[in-house]
Design a protein around this ligand. Sequence first.
Ligand code: URA
Length: 211
Amino acid sequence: MGSKIIERDWQPAPAPETSSLATLKKAAKACTACHLFRHATQTVFGGGPEGATLMLLGEQPGDQEDLTGKPFVGPAGKILDRALEDAGIDRRKVYVTNTVKHFKWEPRGKRRIHKKPNSREIAACRPWLEAELRVVRPGLLVCLGATAAQAVFGPAFRVTRDRGRVLEAELAPKVMATVHPSSLLRQPDEEAREREYKLFVADLRVALKAL
Ligand code: URA
């Protein structure tokens, strides 16, 4: 019963009130708001210019992001880079971050396999996302995949139904959702991969136009 009371009253720790991304990033290094820090190498904070007009929001760091401390540098990041370029977007001008900032994984042999973050872990990380949005104030937030989109719009949101539409949310005045670039890696064949890639680039072009 005691633990239930703690659970109901639980609140994520606030992020520092600051207008500096460097200060936020430094503070986030010590985040223990959920248990994920225990098995991750480091906090993977967002990266990109403070004045970015476009912010991309992924799910959580993967294996390579965990090791390097940078978002979207692994296989999904490579696809993202190519798609941004094809859409005419310069990644160096984009702020890229994740809904959850520690890698959640389970061992499979020698590999670390990605595990989807749960609602408690997403809630624990939310103050960091709110702080990033407060500092960067992007003209458009683009959610990559269902975890990011549902963290922003709520659990009823469906990427398949509402992708590519510029909508309003409590967290940010202009938000668009599209698929996660890693979903392109999971397509059954080359034809499907190519088709889905083109749709992803088309969504990114909508984002560019909406800025
Ligand atoms: N997938 C994500 O959602 N974010 C990353 O940074 C890498 C892979």
